[in-house]
Design a protein around this ligand. Structure first.
Ligand SMILES: CC/C=C\C/C=C\C/C=C\C/C=C\C/C=C\C/C=C\CCCCC(=O)SCCNC(=O)CCNC(=O)[C@H](O)C(C)(C)COP(=O)(O)OP(=O)(O)OC[C@H]1O[C@@H](n2cnc3c(N)ncnc32)[C@H](O)[C@@H]1OP(=O)(O)O
Ligand SMILES: Cc1cc2nc3c(=O)[nH]c(=O)nc-3n(C[C@H](O)[C@H](O)[C@H](O)COP(=O)(O)OP(=O)(O)OC[C@H]3O[C@@H](n4cnc5c(N)ncnc54)[C@H](O)[C@@H]3O)c2cc1C
Length: 662
């Protein structure tokens, strides 16, 4: 069986789609998840979870209040604590993340930041003695931690953080203090009610000199009572657009004393007498952010996939309207507009995940290099992940919203669960650096690269920047996906140079650097987007070229064709400077035929992600495809339907109507 999702009793429309798939979905899962071994482990973990009934949702998330969501996730975490070793290899981050996604979902929980930022901060920033003291406890989950950096008044501009950590050699202590209301830490996930420790980022002050943002390990709550310690004000910031299973929190310090060895001292140090040793790279303390950014292409790709699993399966069972055959309505997936809405996002999701694998590996390598004293790769990875997180989160938001609309009215219902996926994913445009700000970080790197070319130092260009020094050439669009890469290279190069020239000209005209930068910023962000999209396209093509299995490679080439045609058309205004409008018309025709080619494999392409019904939490997107029965059952379970007459009817509506009758 090529599509391993085929089961007796499933909706025949979905079974028909799965029969059409021309490749083995287990083999595709191995490509998606990087190895056959991990693809198998995912399935085993999912299977083992299903054998522990206490790990199942006690009711649909959509019917839970915020308090119930928080309580439910804590309940499951306590069940999980009995089963960690039996379910996963606890040293394997990907296995742990899969387990969290399955059991806890995407709405957040007490450990949301523990694994993703608290432990990584200790790994990257704590010295050996500090790791000895805290890392084991954190890994064993004896303590719960979070990452408290953003303040009410400042998130982006880290140099303006107001929380101070002032060192006093006389007592060998830091005093943490929140001098104003705007200095309250505000937003950190799992801070409000769950965490008893935090890595707190504060402005280090020694003898009136401000050394800027540094990380500190801070105990927030008593380990026995869980009450906040004296000098600490902590709480939940209230409901959010989504992610309401998490207690994003606020935190204030009132002259809170912290022993000297609680500053994380792997890279910078404060000696007993107050002597400060600066780190080998000024931004080394920002590593936890780079770590999360390096994961985001993968995680956002998976968010988009979840919405696409729902929309593609639903589109294969939803029948509405007619094409040739007037005796039976067609599956809405047969409409070209529906394919155009969904298939380019499938392609992007695959591309994002392949990029994510690369950036995760680059971060892991960087961590090793930095430990060995080599910080030379930091700027490259910072630039790459700044651009990537911005483009990927934005396009994921667009893709999920299109998926919702592709489900018509039912997409708007929480039964689809797409609105929650959207709400959580779209947070990525903001967290880990607001997208515009991060595009501008990449732009700094691009401008510097052009300056290297201009001054005859092209040999010093960083990885992936060589195209900036190359001349425009003729593009032969019949030569395959590489020709489309060339279009992107031309467009990105021209935009990067154009934005840089504008910036330089404004400075030459007398504007200060910062003002000239601000007046070029829109052009600079456009340059960053094009550069990043070029990287995504190149990575996608490179990964697909490396595949040896013929049937898998064939369908992924079909997907690449959708991608390259769609992407070039999507940057039409830039592409037109390099290809004619007649060529664009021909690309348009190729896009439509590539949608047609992909159509029979659409369901298998999204089934290959092997996202379980438990993880998906969508009534509309369930594997069995019995959409209407499932939808009706779900609606009947709504708390509103547990009684025929609501108390509010008796209290308000009935008296109102009775009065109107008099
Ligand atoms: C996201 C989830 C992760 C994993 C998920 C795991 C599992 C998923 C399972 C389920 C998921 C379910 C749900 C997820 C949903 C919800 C979210 C959960 C978690 C969310 C976590 C969010 C955590 C946070 O948001 S933490 C706070 C993040 N804050 C920021 O990002 C602040 C942004 N600001 C900055 O980074 C800096 O201020 C700045 C970079 C913008 C500027 O810094 P600064 O002013 O100091 O420098 P500049 O003057 O601008 O630059 C000087 C030079 O330094 C270079 N530079 C800057 N940074 C770096 C760096 N990091 N490395 C190297 N170099 C750097 C800069 O380029 C300049 O160089 P130049 O040569 O001088 O030009
Ligand atoms: C779901 C979620 C989870 C989070 N989790 C955490 C966490 O665990 N820990 C933590 O510490 N923080 C966390 N945060 C906070 C998050 O990191 C910040 O909100 C984020 O970095 C953006 O900063 P800001 O809120 O200050 O935005 P602002 O910088 O105030 O952005 C407002 C606007 O100003 C623009 N802007 C700002 N500066 C510039 C500039 N230099 N150039 C051009 N435009 C600019 C932005 O583009 C944006 O349009 C979380 C946030 C969310 C939404």
């Amino acid at each position: 069986m090529l599509n391993k999702s085929i089961m007796d009793g499933d909706n025949p429309d979905l079974t028909e789609e799965r029969m059409k798939g021309a490749f083995d979905t287990d083999k595709m899962a191995a490509v998606i998840y990087g190895s056959e071994k991990f693809a198998i482990r995912r399935r085993e973990i999912t299977e083992s979870i299903s054998r522990i009934p206490q790990l199942a949702d006690s009711k649909p998330f959509s019917f839970m209040t915020r308090e119930e969501k928080i309580s439910e996730s804590c309940r499951k975490l306590s069940v999980l604590s009995e089963h960690w070793n039996q379910l996963i290899d606890t040293n394997n981050e990907e296995e742990a993340l899969h387990l969290y996604r399955e059991v806890l979902g995407l709405e957040g929980h007490a450990f949301s930041l523990h694994e993703t930022m608290f432990i990584p901060s200790l790994v990257a920033q704590a010295n050996d003695e500090q790791q000895e003291k805290w890392l084991g406890r954190a890994k064993r989950r004896e303590i719960i931690g979070c990452y408290a950096q953003t303040e009410m008044g400042h998130g982006t501009n880290l140099r303006a953080l107001e929380t101070t950590a002032t060192y006093y050699p006389s007592t060998q202590e830091f005093i943490l203090h929140t001098p104003t209301e705007t200095a309250l830490k505000w937003w950190p996930g799992a801070l409000g009610k769950s965490s008893n420790y935090a890595v707190v980022v504060a402005d280090l002050v020694i003898r009136d000199t401000h050394y800027g943002a540094h990380p500190f390990m801070v105990q927030l709550r008593d380990e026995k009572t869980h009450n906040p310690l004296p000098g600490i004000t902590v709480g939940d910031i209230g409901p959010k657009m989504a992610f309401n299973g998490a207690d994003n929190g606020f935190l204030g310090f009132n002259q809170y004393k912290l022993p000297r060895d609680h500053m994380l001292m792997r890279h910078s140090r404060v000696e007993e007498n107050g002597t400060y040793t600066k780190p080998p790279h000024a931004k080394i303390g920002y590593s936890s952010m780079v770590k999360v950014r390096s994961r985001m292409a993968m995680d956002q790709g998976l968010f988009m996939v979840s919405a696409l699993v729902i929309a593609v399966r639903y589109s294969a069972v939803r029948r509405q309207g007619f094409l040739d055959d007037k005796s039976r309505e067609v599956k809405v997936l047969d409409y070209q507009t529906q394919q155009h809405r969904l298939f380019p996002s499938i392609a992007r999701a695959y591309a994002f995940i392949f990029c994510g694998f690369e950036t995760i590996q680059l971060y892991d390598q960087l961590l090793i290099d930095v430990k060995n004293g080599d910080t030379s790769g930091m700027s490259d990875l910072h630039a790459l992940t700044s651009g990537l997180k911005s483009v990927v989160t934005h396009q994921t938001g667009e893709g999920i919203e299109q998926a919702r609309m592709a489900c018509g009215g039912h997409g708007y219902s929480m039964a689809s669960y797409i609105s929650e996926i959207y709400g959580v994913a779209i947070g990525g445009c903001t967290y880990e650096g607001e997208n515009m700000v991060m595009l501008l970080q990449l732009a700094r790197y691009l401008v510097k690269s052009v300056e290297l070319v201009k001054t005859g130092k092209s040999k010093e260009l960083g990885p992936m920047m060589n195209y900036l020094a190359e001349p425009d050439t003729q593009i032969d669009l019949t030569s395959g996906p590489e020709a489309y890469v060339k279009v992107f290279q031309h467009a990105a190069r021209r935009q990067v140079w154009k934005a840089t020239d504008k910036f330089h000209q404004l400075m030459e005209s007398g504007q200060s650097r910062d003002i000239a930068w601000n007046n070029s910023a829109v052009e600079l962000t456009r340059a960053s987007r094009l550069h990043t999209r070029l990287y995504i396209m190149e990575t996608f093509i490179r990964r697909v070229s490396s595949i040896s299995d013929v049937s898998i490679k064939k369908v992924l080439i079909d997907l690449v064709n959708v991608h390259v045609n769609y992407e070039v058309l999507d940057i039409g205004t830039y592409a037109l400077e390099h290809v004619s409008s007649t060529q664009l018309d021909s690309i348009r025709s190729q896009l439509y035929s590539s949608l047609d080619t992909l159509r029979p494999n659409a369901v298998s392409l999204i089934d290959s992600f092997q996202i379980s019904d438990m993880q998906l939490r969508s009534v509309l997107g369930r594997r069995d495809g019995h959409v209407y029965t499932n939808l009706f059952e779900w609606a009947k379970a709504s708390p509103l339907n547990q009684t025929h007459v609501l108390p509010s009817v008796n209290q308000y509506l009935k008296p109102m109507m009775d009065k109107a009758k008099l």
